[in-house]
Design a protein around this ligand. Sequence first.
Ligand code: DQA
Length: 144
Amino acid sequence: STILVLHGPNLNMLGSREPEIYGSETLADINQRLQTTASELGHHLQTLQSNAEYELIDRIHDAKHEEVDFIIINPAAFTHTSVALRDALLAVEIPFIEIHLSNVHTREAFRHHSYFSDVAVGVICGLGSQGYDLALAAALKQLN
Ligand code: DQA
């Protein structure tokens, strides 16, 4: 099966961005690990990070034609703002898991609401980059 991993704005800064909150691993480290796990298990995994909302939306639209089976998405700050990204995920009808490195519920009140959680298969937050590995395992189990 084919899994698409999407990373929202500022996640290209992982490693140097507020490491006490987001950890010291880079996005390349995380993507590489997911890629290795997926290919060892005989699956395809694609990744995209973008700081632009329309690029993430266009990638989700393309995922439908590419027959992507499952999406893992950290919408980052778009979590709290983007009806458009939510609508894109609903439009393509591809199941997805929402993930956050930090526990958004222990942070500022504006991070407590997500435009994605009520339409996600599941939500993982607060477990750092391990959340991506757990999301991948859950996605692959769902697809089996
Ligand atoms: C985040 C949490 C968001 O509130 C924040 O805007 C991010 C990252 C996380 O992974 O913890 O950019 O999605």
